[in-house]
Design a protein. Structure first.
Length: 183
């Protein structure tokens, strides 16, 4: 059985993703065109790694890359509410422009915590770029400056997003069939 068989519907095709990522890259390029300080893209692992790779190539200005790993989910489908930094940044961010790159903005618990932690390190600016925004699940008052797509409250996989570490390598974004993750 193919992993594609576990997908109920495709929300965004490979082509739609490429087009939207190119638009986001162009917008970021324009927004930071007059900045002399470095721009650092911070990928929140693991879900954003594919998006981050494509987005960084779509930005037509020098950028630095760094990674963080934070978790509030564990192996389940619902946030635990407890946020843990598993891998911190490799370099300081004081005085640089930080763009946190995330796969999905859901409850906002993890990203709200992360943005507060990073803001306390005194970057020149900090903004959030998320491929997917799921506003109906929001529990924290956090908004992204750059949003790829707004999505419904469904369990979404592909293009870096997973369920139990599977489906990240799907080239599109789809809704997982309920029977795959039902308790």
């Amino acid at each position: 059985m193919s992993m594609h068989d576990d997908v109920k519907e495709i929300l965004f095709t490979e082509e739609q993703l490429q087009e939207r990522v190119a638009q986001l890259g162009a917008q970021i390029t324009r927004d930071y065109a007059d900045k002399t300080e470095p721009v650092v893209l911070v990928s929140v692992l693991r879900g954003s790694y594919i998006f981050m790779a494509d987005l960084s190539r779509a930005i037509d200005r020098p950028v630095q890359i760094d990674f963080m790993s934070v978790s509030s989910y564990g192996a389940g489908t619902k946030t635990s509410g407890q946020v843990e930094i598993k891998k911190d940044l490799s370099d300081p961010i004081e005085g640089v422009h930080v763009i946190v790159v995330e796969d999905i903005l859901d409850s906002g618990t993890t990203l709200s915590y992360l943005m507060n932690v990073l803001s306390a390190r005194h970057p020149a600016s900090i903004s959030l770029c998320t491929l997917l925004d799921k506003p109906e699940r929001r529990e924290k008052p956090i908004y992204a400056k750059y949003v790829g797509f707004t999505v419904p409250n469904a369990f979404i996989v592909g293009y870096g997003l997973d369920y139990a570490e599977k489906y990240r390598n799907l080239p599109y974004i789809g809704v997982l069939k309920e029977e795959v993750y039902a308790d």
